[in-house]
Every structure is written in structure tokens, then in C-alpha cells.
Design a protein around this ligand. Structure first.
Ligand code: TXA
Ligand code: MG
Length: 492
């Protein structure tokens, strides 16, 4: 491919330099290519009504011809000229989410060439919110076709540095407008069907759309990892967003994830590999080896979304051979985060849920109370953790003591059907996390069984055995506080 002289300019979105932006618009009008910021990711733009100009986009990206482009507009009037009809649902969605991170699929008019739609009868349209993008479209006096401004297959660019890395010498102009707030590409929604369907998850979530229409589906291709299901959005069929290194995604409980990543990290390092780790604010300081990058805060997934592509790209420059990544909760924007991570990964490790075992002496007072309390709390929080209990010198099949049952009844927890059991190697092996009531319990277990060292922790809860109801009540409160502390830390 010929090398083009790329002009790089800087524009402040809050104080637009119209002289420079008019120059960019002129390039678009003359059939050239301009990379511009949007609130999602940077776009590689050309006049959507000029086939030759659109050809340049595919060339610069090295994009397969069967992957259609998104057309960017800045007014609803413009939409009328491009699409056959604007369904009622689309009007409602546009009203609510445009300008913004939403792309909708419409039946195209003839004015939209098959070059843009990759032969499809439908066209993807989005109205971006970023001021530079809006003004560029307005000044160019035409809709702008723009895919993400990355080399095909690489993570989408969320800063001008990323764009320059991929596109210098391949486009006419790059507008540096700072970093993109959202950091993941727009949601692609098909509203040509009766029930709106999410073809690519993004900033506008399935839950957002359900609030408006009651129903919204995911395209089956994005929820099942079955290669025989053809995605409705052609772009979803490619492995994508890939850093150079192989990425392994660890799914399931976070506690297990950290442990497994640490173990694998050690192994890969011993094989001479340079290992990268994608961690979160909650876990970053738990890793003591590897190149650890904190992508964001689990309690604020928007930070994870906006940091993800930057982190993926940064592993290219740190020359990691392999990247081990935590997974994220896949609700709301988390669905988009996980969609991108899944596409970037070449291997997934399913760790499943956490299995917690409480241990006391007889398994009739403290540990059944702990089991009951923790089950109750995780039920309320919608967490999926397996919880059980056992005793170091328990008689199998005994009920919980009367006062233990009564104390928990007050918390609306029923442990009346509890049956005690003696700890065994099998029970201990099954647990990912063993919580003993005192340090003596822990010591006894460590002395009697092998391989528990890195999964056993102790509380300091004294035995209420034989005590009054009030003693049990106080004991149950203590246990509850210990459990809450653990859950709030999210990880031990
Ligand atoms: O946030 C974004 O959407 C960014 C910014 C620049 O607007 N653009 C972007 O474009 O991510 P691109 O080309 O990287 O992704 C467009 C996606 C692809 O997965 C493509 O297959 C899908 O939209 N798409 C385009 N036209 C379609 C159509 N007619 N039917 C189904 N999917 C379509
Ligand atoms: Mg893309």
C-alpha cells in the first residue's frame, strides 16, 4: 500500500478550532480519510456516499470486505435520506440514546452502496455525541462512514497514540481529540425485527432497552460460544481486539481466579515466558509476579470499560508472551466488557463457583450457624457460592443445638434441619476456602491433613456450647460480622 502523508492535528472538544476542523471536512468532501474521536472509540471516516472514499477505509484497516461499516450522522433529517423507513422502536431509541453509543440497523436506501453494507440490504447508523465528531459531520455536509480506527483484528483505539500506532501513513488526517470516555464500541441493535436484538453489546445495554420495550434479545451468537451460529453482525465472527500475546481468560469466582492466575503465572515464568496479568483495583496488589495492569474498579465497571483497550494495547509494548486476565461480572456494561475479552482470548478457563467450608469442633453450634448466616447473606446478594460445614470431632447426624437454632431464627434463618458431620479428606479437598472458628481448629487440620496451607483461614469465635440463648445470640452476631468482612473484601 502507498504511504500517505498523514497530517496530525489536535483539537480541544470543548473549544473547537474551526479552521482546522474545516480542513478536515474538506478532506472528507474531496474523498479523503480522516480519523476523528467519538465518545466510544476513534473512527476512521470517509464520505459515506462516495464508494471510492469508502474503499480507502477497508484498505487502511486491512478490513475484510464482508464486514460492513457504520454510517455516522448528526441529525434525524439525515437519517430519512439513508434508510427505507424509521420503525417506531427506532424513533423511541433515537429519542432516548442519540446522540450516544448506540448504532441501529435499518433497511437501506439505494443511496447507500453495497460497499458500505458489505452486500447486505441493511445499514448500520449511529449519531455520535462527541462534539468534534458531530461538527465534522455537519461541516462535511455528508454522512461519514467510519469503523473503529484500528488495524483490523487489533483492539479499537481509545487515544490518539493508539491511532498513530496503527494508522500513520495510511490516512490523510488524524484528529487528536483526547481519550474516548466510554472506551468500548457502540452497542449495535437490530430494530428491523419485532423484538430489538443486541448484535454487539456496548454502552447502551440490553437492560436499558428492556426498560423501554419490556423485551430485548441478544443475538444467540454473542451468548453461546458455538462456532456454528452465524452472528447477525458480521464483525462478531472475527477474533478481535487481540493484543499480540495469547490471552487466557479465567472465568468464575474471583477468589479462585486470583489463586489460579498466581499458580499459572509462576509456571509460565518458570518456562521462561514474560507474563502479563489483567487485574482489577480489588485484586491488583494480590499478585506478586508478572506485569500486573489494573484495568479498573469492579464496583464501577465503566472504569473497566474505558481502560480495557488501553491495557490490551499496552501489553504489546511491554512484550508479554502471554496474558492472564480476570473476568468481570457480565451484567449491564459488563456484557460488553466480557464480549471484548472473550473475543480477545484464545483460551478460557472455567473455574466455577467458590466452595466454602466452615469448621468447628462438634458441627452443632458455630459452624452450622456460620453456614446458615452465609447462605442467607449470599442469597440476598444474588451470589453463587457453595457453603457447607463440618466438625473436627463431630458425631455424624446430630441436629444443631437448640440455642443455635433459636438465635438464627431471630435472623429469619432456619438451620433446624442441619445434620452434623465429621471432617474428612474428601470434604476438605472439595473446599476452595476453609474457615475455622479458632486458630486451634486450623492447627489441628493442618497437622492432620496435607495440602490445606493456602486455603485455610481462621476466625476467632469462642465456643458458646452450653451457654444461654444470649451467649448464642452474641456468638451469631460475631460470626455474621466476620462473614460480612470477608464478603466486603470480595477476596481474601
Ligand atoms: O462505537 C463504534 O461503533 C465505533 C465508532 C467509530 O462509531 N465504530 C465501530 O465500527 O466500532 P466497526 O466497523 O469497528 O464495527 C461495526 C460493527 C461491525 O461488527 C459490523 O459487522 C457491524 O457493526 N455492522 C455494520 N453494519 C451492519 C449491518 N448492516 N448489519 C449487522 N451488523 C452490521
Ligand atoms: Mg472495529
Amino acid at each position: 500500500m502507498d504511504i500517505i502523508n498523514t497530517k496530525i492535528v489536535k483539537i480541544n472538544p470543548n473549544n473547537i478550532d474551526y479552521e482546522i476542523l474545516s480542513e478536515a471536512a474538506l478532506i472528507i468532501q474531496n474523498g479523503g480519510t480522516v480519523i476523528f474521536p467519538t465518545e466510544t472509540v476513534y473512527g476512521l471516516g470517509a464520505n459515506a456516499l462516495n464508494e471510492k472514499a469508502c474503499d480507502k477505509i477497508y484498505k487502511a484497516k486491512g478490513r475484510p470486505g464482508d464486514n460492513p461499516l457504520i454510517v455516522h450522522i448528526n441529525s434525524m433529517e439525515e437519517l430519512n435520506d439513508l434508510v427505507e423507513e424509521i420503525p417506531e422502536n427506532a424513533k423511541i431509541l433515537a429519542d432516548k440514546f442519540w446522540p450516544g453509543p448506540l448504532t441501529m440497523i435499518f433497511h437501506k436506501r439505494d443511496i447507500i452502496s453495497y460497499k458500505i453494507t458489505a452486500g447486505l440490504e441493511t445499514v448500520a447508523v449511529r449519531m455520535p455525541e462527541n462534539k468534534i465528531a458531530q461538527e465534522l459531520i455537519r461541516l462535511s455536509k455528508c454522512p461519514i462512514a467510519a469503523p473503529s480506527a484500528n488495524t483490523s483484528g487489533k483492539p479499537s483505539p481509545t487515544s490518539a497514540e493508539h491511532v498513530i500506532e496503527d494508522m500513520l501513513g495510511k490516512v490523510d488526517m488524524i484528529i487528536d481529540g483526547g481519550s474516548c470516555e466510554i472506551g468500548l464500541e457502540s452497542s449495535v441493535i437490530d430494530i428491523t425485527s419485532e423484538i430489538p436484538t443486541v448484535l454487539r453489546p456496548g454502552g447502551v445495554t440490553k437492560e436499558d432497552i428492556e426498560k423501554l420495550f419490556g423485551k430485548c434479545d441478544y443475538d444467540p451468537a454473542i451468548i453461546k460460544s458455538d462456532e456454528n451460529i452465524v452472528p447477525k453482525s458480521p464483525g462478531q465472527k472475527y477474533r478481535h481486539y487481540s493484543p499480540k500475546a495469547e490471552l487466557i481468560l479465567y472465568k468464575g469466582d474471583l477468589h479462585k481466579t486470583v489463586k489460579e492466575i498466581k499458580k499459572d503465572c509462576k509456571r509460565y515464568i518458570s518456562e521462561g515466558k514474560k507474563v502479563g496479568i489483567i487485574a482489577s483495583e480489588q485484586t491488583g496488589n494480590l499478585y506478586d509476579e508478572g506485569i500486573v495492569k489494573v484495568v479498573g474498579d469492579r464496583n464501577n465497571p465503566l472504569t473497566v470499560a474505558s481502560g480495557l483497550f488501553n491495557v490490551l494495547r499496552s501489553f504489546d509494548s511491554s512484550e508479554a508472551d502471554i496474558i492472564l486476565s480476570e473476568a468481570f461480572d457480565d451484567k449491564g456494561i459488563g456484557k460488553a466488557i466480557m464480549n471484548r475479552l472473550e473475543k480477545a482470548s484464545s483460551k478460557k478457563i472455567e473455574l466455577g463457583k467458590l466452595r466454602v467450608l466452615f469448621v468447628c469442633t462438634g458441627n452443632t453450634c458455630r459452624s452450622p450457624m456460620a453456614e446458615g448466616i452465609m447462605k442467607h447473606i449470599i442469597d440476598k446478594r444474588g451470589l453463587d457460592i457453595e457453603i457447607s460445614s463440618a466438625g473436627i470431632s463431630a458425631v455424624d447426624g446430630q441436629s444443631a443445638s437448640k440455642n443455635a437454632v433459636l438465635a438464627l431464627k431471630e435472623m429469619s434463618i432456619d438451620i433446624s434441619s442441619h445434620k452434623s458431620r465429621q471432617v474428612s479428606k474428601e470434604i476438605l479437598d472439595r473446599a476452595d476456602l476453609i474457615l475455622t472458628m479458632t486458630s486451634q481448629h486450623k492447627e489441628i487440620l493442618l497437622r492432620s491433613f496435607k495440602g490445606l496451607e493456602d486455603k485455610i483461614y481462621s476466625f476467632n469465635i469462642q465456643d458458646p456450647y452450653g451457654g444461654s440463648y444470649n451467649v448464642y445470640k452474641a456468638c451469631s452476631e460475631e460470626i455474621k460480622n466476620e462473614i460480612l468482612k470477608i464478603l466486603d473484601r470480595q477476596i481474601i
